[in-house]
Design a protein around this ligand. Structure first.
Ligand code: ACO
Length: 189
């Protein structure tokens, strides 16, 4: 980092959030490409490619020691599908968390309008649970569409991992958040 014309969206005691756009200089885009590969490796499976790479917006959390500690890649979408809640009724709190982590999610077949897709969201393992992902989404909501603030209902998450699902449930305040790019097996019939 330490780029000449970085677009700083937020400054915090533990770092800053910058935005990288498709028209940015080559060195910035090359760095973003490297980060995306690293994130995909960390996610452990091949993520669905962004639909129009020339329109993706990348939000990076840069820690005070100038390392990339968080990454959010967002794209324009038209619709999302609501996760269908199947509440866990029995078991201890610990058992519920285990179950919540392991189960596959299901979603509705009815599309709902959405504007912004979170293709990938990732935070460096040692820096999780410090609100970095939440702060990146706040910056996304304020800066994805010029001059407007996205509501939580206009955002959808691409095929979420267990961590992604727990995070999205907390951030959206409901387990029935919007998803897109799902594997067909998750789709309810
Ligand atoms: N387990 C339970 N609750 C969680 C978890 C978790 N692993 N992560 C976040 N939450 C909830 C908590 O309620 C948390 O608040 P709290 O810490 O006060 O309890 C709240 O969400 C906010 O969490 P943040 O601190 O803002 O999230 P964080 O910076 O830790 O990043 C993330 C979350 C990005 C999911 C991180 O765990 C991660 O990078 N995981 C590995 C990569 C991954 O799976 N990414 C999601 C892929 S899905 C997609 O990209 C669309």
């Amino acid at each position: 980092a330490g780029w000449k014309k970085e677009r700083i969206l937020g400054e915090y005691p533990d770092g800053k959030i910058i935005l990288v756009l498709p028209d940015d200089p080559k060195y910035a885009l090359k760095k973003v490409e490297e980060i995306r590969e690293m994130v995909d490796n960390d996610l452990g499976f091949q993520q669905v490619e962004t639909k129009v790479p020339s329109q993706t917006k990348t939000f990076l959390f840069i820690s005070n020691d100038r390392k990339v500690a968080g990454c959010l890649i967002a794209e324009h979408i038209q619709e999302g599908y609501r996760v269908i809640e199947e509440s866990v009724l029995e078991g201890s709190e610990g058992e519920k968390v285990m179950y919540e982590r392991q189960r596959a999610w299901c979603c509705s077949t009815v599309p709902e309008p959405a504007l912004c897709g979170i293709s990938r969201i990732w935070v460096f393992s040692m820096m999780r649970r410090r609100g970095i992902a939440s702060r990146m989404i706040e910056c996304l909501r304020n800066n994805f569409i010029y001059g407007s603030h996205l509501s939580k209902d206009e955002i959808a998450f691409s095929d979420p991992t267990p961590d992604g699902k727990l995070f999205a449930t907390h951030y959206c305040g409901t387990s029935q958040f919007l998803v897109y790019n799902f594997v067909s097996g998750n789709r309810s019939t």
